[in-house]
Design a protein around this ligand. Structure first.
Ligand SMILES: *Cc1c(COP(=O)(O)O)cnc(C)c1O
Length: 223
């Protein structure tokens, strides 16, 4: 309890610091607490500290938690397979990691059955690492043109994961790249998107300086 509270204090201090350095309002930055690997009892502690937006990376793991805690908004942040779209449509309130037209179409179909409109981010592989999920930045505008037509999906923004490095300064261009892509999409008039889901434990301060609106932080909370 004390530990999680202390960790959160530190995180919110750092968020405030990074926001101040970049002339941003910290209230414009949403913390998504990544709860993968942690059980419901720990999540209850997190909730008692005032955190109510939880992110899970796997649909299967989330099944053991969603429904066992009241009053939580659940985000999916990990790769979604089409065969899990039905469960995802039912369980989640926001999906950060849509990375193909095919999975968007399947999710749209499942959200239609659930009678809901799912807010999403499209995941973009800005760094170009082989092992990463995500759209190529160049193909992203075309994908948006297709996905924006799906009535049960609402594109709220873009998401990216930076490479793991020792010095977070190294990955600043990745975050800058996602912001520039968002601005280009908005300027070209094909969509109006706001969110930049970027920044994890190792690099969230740099991400804030480059415009992150949603942070996905796990380890720093439970450390
Ligand atoms: C695990 C995970 C995070 C959180 O990573 P930490 O380094 O623990 O903060 C963020 N985003 C995604 C997609 C993840 O899988």
């Amino acid at each position: 309890m004390q530990r999680i509270r202390r960790n959160l204090d530190e995180i919110f201090n750092r968020i405030a610091g990074a926001a101040a350095r970049s002339n941003r309002n910290p209230d414009d930055i949403i913390l998504v607490a990544i709860t993968k690997f942690h059980e419901v009892d720990e999540l209850e502690i997190l909730k008692s500290c005032g955190i109510t937006i939880f992110g899970e990376s796997r649909v299967q793991e989330a099944k053991t938690k969603v429904g066992n805690i009241e009053g939580i908004t659940w985000h999916l942040v990990g790769h979604l397979q089409t065969n899990k779209a039905k469960d995802a449509a039912r369980m989640f309130d926001f999906i950060h990691s849509i990375d193909s037209i095919r999975v968007a179409e399947e999710l749209n179909r499942r959200c239609d059955s659930e009678n809901k409109i799912m807010p999403i981010c499209l995941e973009v592989n800005v760094s170009g690492e082989e092992a990463k999920w995500g759209l190529n930045p160049n193909e992203t505008p075309e994908v948006i043109k297709r996905v924006i037509k799906l009535p049960h999906i609402k594109i709220e923004g873009l998401m990216t994961m930076a490479p793991f490095v020792d010095d977070p300064e190294t990955v600043r261009p990745v975050f800058l790249g996602l912001r520039e892509l968002r601005d280009k999409i908005n300027d070209s008039g094909i969509a109006e998107i706001h969110h930049l889901s970027m920044g994890m434990t190792q690099d969230y301060e740099v991400a804030i300086e480059e415009g992150a609106t949603m942070l996905r932080i796990g380890s720093a909370i439970f450390a």
